[in-house]
Design a protein around this ligand. Structure first.
Ligand SMILES: NC(=O)c1ccc[n+]([C@@H]2O[C@H](COP(=O)([O-])OP(=O)(O)OC[C@H]3O[C@@H](n4cnc5c(N)ncnc54)[C@H](OP(=O)(O)O)[C@@H]3O)[C@@H](O)[C@H]2O)c1
Length: 340
């Protein structure tokens, strides 16, 4: 497809921690693709647009407004909301235009409005729910491992971040809302859905360097995606910060994905990915958003995705996602131990 003739991909929140990284990655992968950086502060958006270069523009957008503050005639090839779409206004705009929409900031207990808007207009546009760990990359890595197994018993995902890696104000606001609304984390525990919070939701995980971390479960969408995509009886997803006193090699994000089950020959196996990126968690998350967006638009991995309600695993091929992450600079290390 001739990307230069497409309408711009609107990155709402494109000037934020995730958004600016997403814009840079999208530009690297698609030098001619028009991109519009959207945010309330036009100067901030313009600065990111200038840095990203190529056919990148800046536009003032506010998801709090019914019309997003955009001209009625402005046209976009996709609407990627890298900030909480507080009134589902960005989604409504994408449905009205019949273009793909990515919801990136909804915890598990918050997906009702997206589902209802999809149900009301199911044939209008492709709607991707991407409130998954690191923009869906963890779920795709888990499914890549699961492809080696005849049956899956457990899936455990952990994201270990730097103690100073809080994301931007929008991410902090999302976590404050999580606390204020008392949303617990959802696990699949030996075949039963279980909501847990506080200390009951913590576990210990050991990173690729052999260092142990305490991580805490979060209500991210990976658990439901993976429960629907595999026959695993136990699934959880946790996040935690590296110990402040540990020192180390600067800003690094570790994604640890462990899958256990039985191989096709009946032998038990524990498979693991360590995906490591030398930046805040915003960058791997941005990569996930970009890999999904290029797929929705038909710029990678097949033709444009038609109207429907999707999770990342419905539109992406696990092996291709791992390859794309490596191309973008993340390190993916695969290991295994025999015996479950
Ligand atoms: N699914 C995942 O994997 C994942 C991972 C990380 C983060 N997240 C989520 O991604 C979002 C962004 O996080 P971040 O760390 O990048 O936050 P951030 O640095 O605060 O960025 C927020 C961006 O959104 C813009 N913005 C804020 N309010 C807006 C509004 N009402 N209308 C339009 N634009 C608005 C900001 O620009 P202005 O201030 O100029 O408007 C900025 O560009 C958060 O919701 C976070 O929870 C999801």
């Amino acid at each position: 497809m001739a990307t230069r003739t497409m309408s711009p991909v609107l990155l709402i929140g494109g000037s934020g921690h995730v958004g600016a990284r997403a814009a840079r990655a999208l530009r690297r992968l698609h030098p001619d693709l028009p991109i519009a950086i959207g945010g309330r502060d036009g100067r901030k958006a313009s600065a990111v647009a200038a840095e990203v270069g190529g056919p990148t523009t800046a536009t003032t957008v506010d998801v709090g407004r019914d019309d997003l503050g955009l001209d009625r005639g402005a046209s976009f090839s996709a609407v990627v909301a890298l900030v909480k779409d507080v009134g589902t206004n960005a989604m409504k705009r994408a449905q009205a235009a019949g273009v793909p929409y990515v919801a990136f900031s909804d915890f598990l207990g918050e997906i009702g409005p997206v589902i209802a808007h999809y149900v009301a207009r199911p044939t209008r546009a492709p709607i991707l729910m991407l409130g998954h760990t690191l923009g869906g990359t963890a779920t795709l890595a888990a499914l890549h491992l699961a492809q080696e197994l005849r049956s899956v018993d457990t899936i455990a995902i952990a994201c270990v971040i730097d103690p100073n890696d809080h994301g931007g104000p929008a991410a902090l606001a999302d976590f404050e809302r999580l606390q204020q609304t008392g949303q617990a984390a959802l696990f699949l525990d030996d075949g039963k859905w279980t909501w847990l919070r506080g200390d009951a939701a913590t576990r210990r995980v050991v990173d690729a360097e052999g260092v142990a971390h305490v991580v805490q479960a979060l209500p991210l969408l990976d658990v439901v995606s993976l429960a629907a995509a595999t026959d695993a009886r136990s699934i959880r997803v946790d996040m935690g910060a590296r110990d402040r006193t540990a020192g180390g090699a600067g800003l690094v994000t570790d994604l640890i994905v462990e899958v256990s089950g039985r191989r096709h020959d009946g032998a038990s196996a524990r498979l693991r990915y360590d995906i490591i990126d030398a930046d805040s968690h915003s960058r791997l998350s941005a990569y996930g958003a970009v890999i999904a967006t290029e797929r929705l638009l038909g710029l990678a991995g097949g033709p444009p995705v038609g109207p429907g309600l999707y999770h990342p695993e419905s539109v992406l091929d696990p092996a291709s996602v791992i390859r794309r992450l490596e191309e973008l600079g993340a390190r993916a290390r695969r290991s295994q131990t025999a015996g479950a």
